[in-house]
Design a protein around this ligand. Structure first.
Ligand SMILES: [Zn+2]
Length: 178
């Protein structure tokens, strides 16, 4: 298996550092699946962060960065979820990376995104204070529909690809991916 030189991790706790090797390889594999051999031109940095419950990952696609022009992508995954959820979060965020990489998704400002040449308001101006409404809006963005629609398929590929590696190197993970 190729060494994951273009996937880097921010500092995590001891617990997360245990996962860095296999999560790096998973990210590399997912990147190759989504982007192909051009993935070797991308730089990925993953940070473990505290998140609210129910949230597993977040992409830091800042304006002017993380565009298909510089091929550098940062995202965060929760530091307090199971290993499988970390993998699912990586699958999800890497789908967003591939969307930006292929030029379908771009963030023009804090309030406007561009999806396949169409501008979409992403403003969080929700004055009703209704959290469910916010989640509904979020889930209906086309890039989220694509990510949520494909993350499990990707996870299944990962589980097949890494089964032997996991058994050999991470026996303590128990029934990971099963
Ligand atoms: Zn998403």
């Amino acid at each position: 298996m190729k060494i994951n030189e273009n996937v880097k991790f921010g500092k995590g706790k001891k617990k997360q550092n245990v996962w860095v090797d296999i999560l790096g390889k998973v990210t590399q594999y997912v990147g190759n699946e989504l982007i192909g051999s051009n993935f070797s031109n991308c730089e990925i940095k993953i940070k473990f962060s505290k998140m609210q419950s129910g949230q597993y990952g977040v992409s830091n696609f800042k304006i002017g960065e993380n565009t298909h022009k510089d091929n550098k992508f940062n995202f965060e995954i929760s530091d307090d979820v199971s290993f499988n959820m970390m993998v699912l979060a990586i699958c999800h965020e890497m789908i967003h990376v591939s969307q930006v990489y292929r030029g379908d998704l771009e963030f023009l400002s804090d309030t406007v995104a561009k999806w396949k040449n169409k501008e979409i308001q992403i403003s969080k101006n929700n004055t009703s204070g209704n959290k469910n409404l916010e989640i509904d809006v979020y889930k209906n963005f086309p890039w989220e529909i694509e990510a949520h629609g494909n993350e499990e398929k990707l996870m299944l590929l990962v589980s097949k690809e890494f089964k032997d590696y996991r058994i050999k190197n991470y026996e303590f993970l128990g029934n990971l991916f099963e």
